[in-house]
Write a protein that binds this ligand. Structure first.
Ligand code: PEP
Ligand code: MG
Length: 587
């Protein structure tokens, strides 16, 4: 009997096919007491053999990954985990002192590490628990002599269903082998979701109970657009989604064929459409999907993933790659937005209201060496293309002035050393707080451009924690209070001759496009896979009509009314399938 599950859309598209249940072995392994030092020595040797065999396996997986840079990065992180001296010392101590067998000692240590990751508040860091578990399972499989479930054995394309899909498995998925995947856990920012989007495999995560309910071979529908999974569908559901899938594929193919076309409104006004990235290699994807520039490079992800990312040369290499790839279009590189709950390795740093605490530019100015290194890396990379420098979470003019001082000092230092850089690199601020939005005129004389971060602007304006499921229904960037601030900022920026873009999630929501264009923003910067859809939406919007629509939205009394207004504008002009809040009506 058909059962439907709602989750978080992680990668757009629709898949229909037989379920392949990826077995999730538990990490708990029974204890077997070992006797004497010789036995302990044997266990230590078994552990070392298993570690090096796993490392070898990961290396060959990584070598076979070719162009999939994100996949290789993830496997690099896994190889680093295998080498973690603290974790390994703990396992060895359990073997020699507790007389635990190697697999039990390892499983206990892994379990503790995973629990510690899971206790972190930041979902990005919490999701790193899956990397530890993933690599841990590989080593355990070697010790236990069992083979990891080999997806390679499947003879026809399948829909993968699992409690949680390990990133290294996701990295090895082949488009012709896996139609889509559905997981009970995970979030849209997990490695696995990032990879699914890169591979173009439809995916839904955070389904909670789907893996429990599915049987191997059962027909599964994955609706990665709206975050729905249907197990064992009825005949009419099956026919409906099969039609929808084919229609979606045709539409995406048609949109992708026009990737190199510029984004132009129905009345011929060009619109700047760019992509948001977290890793430098994603710049290649932005270009492929037809983005003309990177409106937001969230640099803190490099640092969260790799301990070496603070190194100036490493940073310079990453920025250079993105700049070269996007040349001549701009790459807006944001200084580290660490802080609040994003402090890997500093769990003792607890604040009552982390989002109102030590975050982003506040941290960077308190840790000037970190900021100086990053600015220096950006400046050195700036000769490779068109770099813009962006400061997150600004509330005080002093923050801008101090950053500008540091920028100028760093330029002087580089010039002294004869290192080339772009002396005219623009410095901009993110408008993510009501302080920056309402008092934008204070900042404008001191900045070259502005980027509106609607995710945080919504969170801080509506007093809604953007990560809390309890108040998620109150989080809507189309709330008139947010729209009025965007309107105010755009007007002030243009009056002062400053460029203003939007890089929050809302820029990638088709329904919001006519509103944002109507408000006059210069650029929309969106998740890579959404670039073609947003370009299509731009193409059906008439600038004068959009301005009228924006005027009505500013006068509306709720986000719901704004959504209704926008929906009635796009109705009939844009495929319903791509609009959020899909009600199952097909065009
Ligand atoms: C935003 O706040 O809208 C934004 C783009 O920044 P982030 O999502 O990285 O906080
Ligand atoms: Mg933000």
């Amino acid at each position: 009997m058909s059962r439907s599950f709602e989750g978080t859309p992680a990668s757009p598209g629709i898949a229909v096919g037989p379920a392949f249940l990826l077995d999730v072995e538990e990490l708990r392994v029974a204890r077997r007491e070992i006797s004497g030092e010789t036995e302990a020595g044997k266990e230590l040797a078994r552990l070392d053999d298993a570690l090096s065999a796993t490392c070898e396996e990961l290396r060959s997986l990584s070598d076979g990954m070719g162009e999939l840079v994100e996949g290789r990065q993830i496997l690099d992180v896994h190889m680093m985990l295998l080498d973690d001296p603290v974790m390994l010392a703990d396992v060895r101590r359990r073997i020699t002192e507790n007389r635990d067998n190697a697999e039990h000692a390892l499983s206990q240590v892994l379990y503790d590490v995973i629990q510690r990751f899971r206790a972190m508040e930041d979902p990005l860091i919490r999701e790193r628990a899956s990397d530890v578990r993933d690599v841990g399972r590989r080593v355990l499989a070697k010790l236990l002599g069992s083979e990891r479930e080999a997806l390679g054995r499947v003879s026809r394309p399948v829909v993968l269903v699992s409690r949680e899909l390990d990133p290294s498995v996701a990295a090895g998925l082949r488009r012709d082998q896996v139609l889509g995947f559905a997981t009970d856990e995970g979030g849209s920012t997990s490695h696995t979701a990032i990879l699914a989007r890169s591979l173009g495999i439809p995916a839904v995560v955070a389904l909670r109970e789907a893996a429990e309910a599915v049987q191997p071979g059962m027909t599964v529908i994955v609706d990665g657009i709206h975050g729905r999974v249907i197990l064992d569908p009825q005949q009419d559901e099956l026919e409906y989604y099969t039609r929808l899938r084919d229609k979606y594929s045709e539409m995406e193919a048609a949109i992708a064929r026009n990737a190199s076309d510029p984004a132009v409104t129905a009345d011929g006004r060009p619109v700047e459409l760019a992509g948001n990235i977290e890793f430098s290699q994603e710049a290649d994807q932005v270009r492929k999907y037809g983005g003309r520039g990177i409106g937001l490079f969230r640099t803190e992800f490099l640092r969260l993933l790799s301990p070496d990312a603070d190194d100036e040369d490493m940073q310079c290499m990453a920025y250079s790659h993105a700049l070269r790839e996007m040349k001549p279009y701009p790459v807006v590189i944001r200084t580290l937005d660490l802080g609040g709950d994003k402090f890997p390795g500093v769990p003792e740093l607890r604040e009552r209201n982390p989002f109102l605490g030590w975050r982003a530019i506040r941290v960077c100015l308190d840790k000037p060496d970190i900021l100086r290194r990053q600015i220096s890396a950006i400046l050195r990379a700036s000769v490779e293309g068109t770099a813009w420098l962006l400061i997150p979470m600004v509330t005080e003019l002093d923050q801008v002035l101090r950053t500008r001082d540091m920028l100028e000092d760093t330029k002087l230092a580089l010039a002294r050393d004869g290192i080339p850089f772009d002396p005219g690199i623009p410095l901009g601020i993110m408008v993510e707080t009501p302080a920056a939005a309402i008092a934008i005129d204070i900042f404008l004389p001191h900045v070259d451009f502005v980027s509106i971060g609607t995710n945080d602007l919504t969170q801080y304006t509506l007093a809604v924690d953007r990560g809390s499921p309890y108040v998620a229904h109150l989080f809507d960037p189309l709330h008139p209070a947010v729209l009025r601030q965007i309107d105010h900022v755009v007007r002030k920026c243009h009056a002062a001759g400053r460029w203003v873009g939007v890089c929050g999630q809302i820029a990638g929501e088709p329904l919001a496009v006519p509103l944002l264009l109507g408000l006059g923003v210069d650029e929309l910067s969106v998740s890579i896979s959404l670039i073609p859809d947003i370009k299509k939406m731009i193409g059906v919007v008439d600038t004068a009509e959009a301005a009228g629509l924006a005027g009505e939205a500013l006068a509306a009394d709720s986000a719901l009314k704004v959504r209704q207004l926008a929906r009635s504008y796009v109705q009939g002009r844009f495929p319903t399938i791509l609009l959020n809040g899909f009600q199952g009506t097909e065009e």
